[in-house]
Design a protein around this ligand. Sequence first.
Ligand code: AMP
Ligand code: ZN
Length: 141
Amino acid sequence: MTDDCIFCSIVAGDIPSRTVYESEDVLAFLDANPLAPGHTLVIPKTHHERLNDLGDGLAGEVLGTLNALVPVVENAADAPASTVAFNNGPEAGQEVPHVHGHIVPRFEDDGGGPIHAVAGARPDLSEEELDDIAERIRNGN
Ligand code: AMP
Ligand code: ZN
Protein backbone atom coordinates (compact mmCIF):
# COMPACT_ATOMS: atom_id res chain seq x y z
CA MET A 1 0.00 0.00 0.00
CA THR A 2 1.33 3.39 -1.01
CA ASP A 3 -0.63 6.29 0.50
CA ASP A 4 -0.63 8.54 -2.54
CA CYS A 5 -1.42 5.80 -5.08
CA ILE A 6 -4.94 5.99 -6.46
CA PHE A 7 -5.07 2.27 -7.26
CA CYS A 8 -3.82 1.31 -3.78
CA SER A 9 -6.65 3.50 -2.46
CA ILE A 10 -9.11 1.54 -4.61
CA VAL A 11 -7.72 -1.76 -3.24
CA ALA A 12 -8.07 -0.38 0.30
CA GLY A 13 -11.68 0.64 -0.39
CA ASP A 14 -10.93 4.34 0.20
CA ILE A 15 -11.89 5.24 -3.38
CA PRO A 16 -14.90 3.57 -5.01
CA SER A 17 -14.57 1.46 -8.13
CA ARG A 18 -16.82 -0.64 -10.29
CA THR A 19 -15.13 -3.92 -9.43
CA VAL A 20 -15.78 -6.69 -11.92
CA TYR A 21 -13.47 -9.39 -10.54
CA GLU A 22 -11.49 -9.94 -7.36
CA SER A 23 -9.16 -12.66 -6.10
CA GLU A 24 -6.69 -12.76 -3.22
CA ASP A 25 -4.00 -11.04 -5.27
CA VAL A 26 -5.74 -9.32 -8.19
CA LEU A 27 -8.48 -6.75 -8.71
CA ALA A 28 -10.25 -5.80 -11.94
CA PHE A 29 -12.47 -2.74 -12.26
CA LEU A 30 -13.91 -0.45 -14.90
CA ASP A 31 -11.73 2.41 -16.08
CA ALA A 32 -13.15 5.72 -14.84
CA ASN A 33 -12.52 7.38 -18.22
CA PRO A 34 -13.34 4.53 -20.58
CA LEU A 35 -12.09 4.42 -24.15
CA ALA A 36 -14.97 2.07 -24.90
CA PRO A 37 -17.87 0.55 -22.93
CA GLY A 38 -16.39 -2.19 -20.74
CA HIS A 39 -12.84 -0.73 -20.66
CA THR A 40 -11.40 -2.71 -17.77
CA LEU A 41 -8.19 -2.46 -15.73
CA VAL A 42 -6.53 -5.45 -14.09
CA ILE A 43 -4.11 -4.75 -11.23
CA PRO A 44 -2.16 -6.63 -8.59
CA LYS A 45 -3.45 -5.67 -5.14
CA THR A 46 0.08 -4.91 -3.94
CA HIS A 47 1.87 -1.80 -5.17
CA HIS A 48 4.37 -2.34 -7.99
CA GLU A 49 5.09 0.27 -10.60
CA ARG A 50 5.85 -1.81 -13.68
CA LEU A 51 4.96 -5.18 -15.09
CA ASN A 52 8.60 -6.20 -14.76
CA ASP A 53 8.55 -5.34 -11.04
CA LEU A 54 6.16 -8.24 -10.40
CA GLY A 55 7.52 -11.59 -9.31
CA ASP A 56 6.76 -14.54 -11.58
CA GLY A 57 3.82 -15.70 -9.46
CA LEU A 58 2.06 -12.35 -9.34
CA ALA A 59 2.79 -11.66 -13.02
CA GLY A 60 1.16 -15.00 -13.78
CA GLU A 61 -1.88 -14.04 -11.72
CA VAL A 62 -2.27 -10.68 -13.46
CA LEU A 63 -1.74 -12.06 -16.96
CA GLY A 64 -3.94 -15.07 -16.26
CA THR A 65 -6.72 -12.78 -15.05
CA LEU A 66 -6.41 -10.64 -18.18
CA ASN A 67 -6.57 -13.76 -20.29
CA ALA A 68 -9.68 -14.99 -18.50
CA LEU A 69 -11.44 -11.62 -18.54
CA VAL A 70 -10.86 -10.73 -22.20
CA PRO A 71 -13.67 -12.93 -23.58
CA VAL A 72 -15.95 -11.99 -20.68
CA VAL A 73 -15.45 -8.26 -21.25
CA GLU A 74 -15.81 -8.62 -25.03
CA ASN A 75 -19.00 -10.56 -24.55
CA ALA A 76 -20.44 -8.05 -22.06
CA ALA A 77 -19.61 -5.15 -24.38
CA ASP A 78 -20.77 -7.07 -27.43
CA ALA A 79 -17.38 -6.33 -28.95
CA PRO A 80 -15.82 -8.53 -31.65
CA ALA A 81 -12.26 -7.69 -30.54
CA SER A 82 -10.18 -5.93 -27.92
CA THR A 83 -6.85 -4.24 -27.45
CA VAL A 84 -5.03 -5.64 -24.41
CA ALA A 85 -2.04 -3.61 -23.31
CA PHE A 86 0.16 -2.18 -20.58
CA ASN A 87 1.64 1.30 -20.62
CA ASN A 88 4.88 0.17 -18.97
CA GLY A 89 6.66 3.27 -17.66
CA PRO A 90 5.92 6.99 -17.99
CA GLU A 91 7.67 7.38 -21.36
CA ALA A 92 5.20 4.81 -22.70
CA GLY A 93 2.27 6.83 -21.38
CA GLN A 94 1.80 5.23 -17.95
CA GLU A 95 0.10 7.84 -15.79
CA VAL A 96 -0.83 5.78 -12.74
CA PRO A 97 2.39 4.26 -11.33
CA HIS A 98 0.71 1.04 -10.18
CA VAL A 99 0.94 -1.68 -12.83
CA HIS A 100 -2.33 -2.20 -14.68
CA GLY A 101 -3.34 -4.04 -17.80
CA HIS A 102 -5.99 -2.45 -20.01
CA ILE A 103 -8.72 -4.41 -21.79
CA VAL A 104 -10.27 -2.04 -24.34
CA PRO A 105 -13.19 -3.50 -26.29
CA ARG A 106 -12.83 -2.73 -29.99
CA PHE A 107 -15.36 -2.38 -32.75
CA GLU A 108 -15.20 -2.20 -36.50
CA ASP A 109 -14.79 1.42 -37.59
CA ASP A 110 -14.36 2.65 -33.99
CA GLY A 111 -11.82 5.20 -35.17
CA GLY A 112 -9.02 3.67 -33.10
CA GLY A 113 -5.72 2.25 -34.28
CA PRO A 114 -3.65 -0.88 -33.80
CA ILE A 115 -0.79 -1.27 -31.30
CA HIS A 116 1.52 -0.27 -34.17
CA ALA A 117 0.11 3.26 -33.90
CA VAL A 118 1.49 3.83 -30.39
CA ALA A 119 5.11 4.46 -31.42
CA GLY A 120 6.51 7.39 -33.38
CA ALA A 121 8.52 7.14 -36.57
CA ARG A 122 9.78 3.65 -37.30
CA PRO A 123 13.56 3.30 -37.09
CA ASP A 124 15.45 2.24 -40.20
CA LEU A 125 17.61 -0.51 -38.70
CA SER A 126 20.56 -2.11 -40.49
CA GLU A 127 21.10 -5.89 -40.51
CA GLU A 128 23.92 -5.39 -37.95
CA GLU A 129 21.69 -3.36 -35.65
CA LEU A 130 18.98 -6.04 -35.87
CA ASP A 131 21.54 -8.78 -35.11
CA ASP A 132 22.90 -6.73 -32.22
CA ILE A 133 19.55 -6.08 -30.54
CA ALA A 134 18.48 -9.72 -31.00
CA GLU A 135 21.78 -10.81 -29.40
CA ARG A 136 21.31 -8.43 -26.47
CA ILE A 137 17.78 -9.70 -25.85
CA ARG A 138 18.91 -13.34 -26.08
CA ASN A 139 21.74 -12.65 -23.62
CA GLY A 140 19.62 -10.49 -21.31
CA ASN A 141 21.91 -7.45 -21.43
P1 AMP B 1 -2.33 4.67 -17.81
O1 AMP B 1 -2.23 5.85 -18.72
O2 AMP B 1 -1.99 3.37 -18.48
O3 AMP B 1 -1.55 4.89 -16.54
O4 AMP B 1 -3.86 4.53 -17.46
C1 AMP B 1 -4.41 4.91 -16.26
C2 AMP B 1 -5.88 4.69 -16.38
O5 AMP B 1 -6.46 4.77 -15.10
C3 AMP B 1 -6.61 5.71 -17.26
O6 AMP B 1 -7.25 5.03 -18.33
C4 AMP B 1 -7.60 6.37 -16.30
O7 AMP B 1 -8.82 6.66 -16.91
C5 AMP B 1 -7.73 5.32 -15.21
N1 AMP B 1 -8.10 5.82 -13.90
C6 AMP B 1 -7.56 6.86 -13.23
N2 AMP B 1 -8.16 7.01 -12.03
C7 AMP B 1 -9.09 6.03 -11.93
C8 AMP B 1 -10.03 5.64 -10.94
N3 AMP B 1 -10.13 6.27 -9.77
N4 AMP B 1 -10.83 4.58 -11.20
C9 AMP B 1 -10.75 3.91 -12.36
N5 AMP B 1 -9.87 4.21 -13.33
C10 AMP B 1 -9.05 5.26 -13.13
ZN1 ZN C 1 -0.42 1.43 -5.74
